[in-house]
Design a protein. Structure first.
Length: 73
């Protein structure tokens, strides 16, 4: 089973995102002098998952309903 792909990792530059191994950038398991595969946020921006068909459902945030004046009795 594939790992969940992080939408907004803290330090994407430290990891290779080319496969499910997520190797450290200085120790790639691919070998052969391979370069690190960048995270889409590094190439496209923080809202990368909103553009195109990545198959990732963005998290839905819900506002705190206790601030709704209509709910006060």
């Amino acid at each position: 089973m594939a790992k969940n792909f992080p939408i907004s990792p803290k330090h994407p530059e430290r990891i290779c995102w080319g496969c499910d191994r997520y190797c450290p950038a200085n120790s790639l398991a691919c070998g052969n002098g391979s370069d690190r595969t960048m995270h889409p946020a590094e190439m496209i921006g923080d809202d990368w998952y909103l553009h195109g068909d990545w198959g990732i459902e963005p998290l839905i945030t819900v506002e705190d309903v206790t601030d709704d004046p209509g709910l006060k009795g």
